[in-house]
Write a protein that binds this ligand. Structure first.
Ligand code: PLP
Length: 489
């Protein structure tokens, strides 16, 4: 008597043709959406009804993909962050591309775990890192790793720098193996992800020296030198200097040559946070200023910002690969590489970073680099810098708009200042102006505070931005400013 076989399930569609049709519709809808993007407001607040609709109970029963897609079209698609839009200038964010979107679909379709093994994604990942080394002038034998973004890239670099100090005793024995307290140096303008990194690696924020900046928001070298001297005299152990290549507030670039020379003289690790600014290396006008990157011990950079690749992807480069490998190699019987078969292939990526499971983020980079070529990226980065300079000029020519810092890269900070107002009033009114610019869908700059002054802050890492978009921002700021600020007289 035959025993009845239990039903076996999987997650593939019951109706492949219907799913295929839906997939084609999604692609068509997204193309349509992106093609008509500039006609939409840059940002639309998510209505309360939509926020409520999204809060569904945890589903216990299936819903058809068509219905789910309708929910996406109604609840998600109309209220995006806006960073794909030509008039998005907030924080430092990228836009992505069509081919990048499709590459993400292909990567997700193959869905490899890019950590270990002999499979195509490992080779593509390796190739992308090789290209990045070339891009930033690192030696071919350097170490590197694609990660989710600048935050993790900086963290990985800090882990390697800490472990490399004094023959890597910390890996086995912990921080108490050192005679004195380890100390890190950076400027007050350094991105807050390095605060997270420094405390995560056990150094403690008190031992992260934030050196004051000059009027151009660049680290003051004499103060840095003096602090290192004092720390050594107090028996502490300086081990790392962080240089900024493009600060998030104003785009300031620290004097990298001098920082490199100081790090060499003091035998300290020299790390560069070049999340977006390091890409300016592609612009000939910045090649000299950014030369020192090529000699840095480590570099953190983002590809999802100023190379316009779809989220998420950034990377870290480590000059001496063996130090990166030492920091993260951890033997395990289940991860030993074999001579042949699936477990052969390139060196395991899990020995180069903290992650084991990794998605195929390399594919969109690999495809994008081929699609556009380096020259196109060079043009676009120069275009963005030119646009920032243009906007700076427009602001200077249109009082009561007031430029708050000279434009040195791709960031412009300004405010509306009709005169006769206190600092507090100016700050409050400019904050209101910013919110209205966003709410009315004019443009989406962000904000910062510079020397106590609230600044409307425009970052241009946007391949879709046109000069006309900047003109619209200037006009909008003047118009709204007039209505928001109390009339004088
Ligand atoms: C964006 C940024 C970071 C953090 O990178 P993420 O990709 O957002 O994690 C670090 N440093 C600077 C200067 C940045 O602009």
């Amino acid at each position: 008597m035959a025993t009845e076989k239990p039903t076996e399930h999987n997650l593939d569609p019951a109706d492949w043709d219907a799913m295929r049709q839906l997939g084609h519709r999604m692609v068509d809808d997204m193309f349509e959406y992106l093609q008509t993007l500039p006609d939409r407001p840059v940002w639309t607040p998510t209505p309360a009804s939509v926020k409520a609709a999204i809060q569904m109970p945890l589903p216990t029963e299936p819903t058809s993909p068509e219905v789910i897609y309708e929910r996406f079209r109604e609840w998600v698609l109309p209220y995006p962050k806006g960073n794909i839009h030509p008039r998005f200038f907030s924080w430092v964010q990228g836009n992505g591309t069509l081919l990048g979107m499709l590459a993400d679909m292909l990567a997700s379709g193959l869905n490899p775990n890019v950590s270990i093994g002999d499979h195509s994604a490992m080779y593509v990942d390796q190739q992308v890192i090789s290209w990045c080394k070339e891009l930033f002038g690192f030696p071919a034998g350097a170490g590197g790793m694609l990660v989710s973004g600048g935050t993790i890239a900086n963290l990985v670099a800090m882990i390697v720098a800490r472990n490399a100090y004094q023959d890597g005793v910390v890996k086995q024995q912990g921080l108490y193996a050192h005679d004195g307290q380890l100390v890190v140096y950076g400027s007050t303008e350094t991105h807050n992800c390095l605060d997270k990194a420094v405390q995560t690696i056990g150094i403690g924020l008190d031992n992260y020296r934030k050196i004051a900046v000059d009027s151009d928001f660049r680290i003051q070298l004499p103060l840095l030198r003096e602090q290192i001297r004092r720390d050594r005299a107090a028996g502490m152990q300086p081990f790392c200097i962080i240089g900024n290549c493009g600060t998030v507030n104003t785009g300031a670039i620290d004097p990298l040559d001098e920082l490199l020379a100081l790090a060499r003289a003091e035998k300290l690790w020299f790390h560069v946070d070049g999340a977006f600014g390091s890409l300016a290396k592609l612009a000939p006008a910045y090649a000299q200023q950014l030369q020192a990157i090529e000699a840095a011990d480590s570099l953190a950079f983002d590809l999802h910002k100023w190379l316009y690749v779809n989220y998420e992807v950034g990377g870290v480069l480590i000059r001496r690969e063996e130090l990166q490998r030492q920091a993260f190699t951890q033997e395990a019987s289940y991860l030993v590489q074999h001579e042949r078969g699936l477990a052969a292939g390139p060196p395991a990526l899990t020995s180069l970073g903290p992650e084991l499971s990794r998605g195929f983020k390399a594919l969109k980079v690999w495809m994008s680099f081929q699609e556009h070529g380096l020259e196109k990226y060079r043009q676009l980065i120069q275009q963005n810098i030119g646009q920032a300079l243009y906007l700076g000029d427009q602001i200077m020519q249109n009082p009561p708009l007031e430029l708050l810092t000279p434009v040195t890269l791709n960031i412009v900070c300004y405010r509306y200042n009709p005169g006769g107002l206190s600092s507090e009033q100016l700050n409050a009114l400019n904050k209101e102006l910013l919110m209205q610019l966003q709410e009315k869908g004019v443009a989406a700059p962000s904000y910062t505070v510079l020397n106590g002054q609230y600044a409307i802050r425009v970052n241009i890492t946007n391949h879709r931005t046109r000069t006309a978009d900047l003109d619209a921002l200037v006009e909008g700021s003047l118009l709204l400013g007039k209505t928001i600020f109390p009339a004088r007289g």
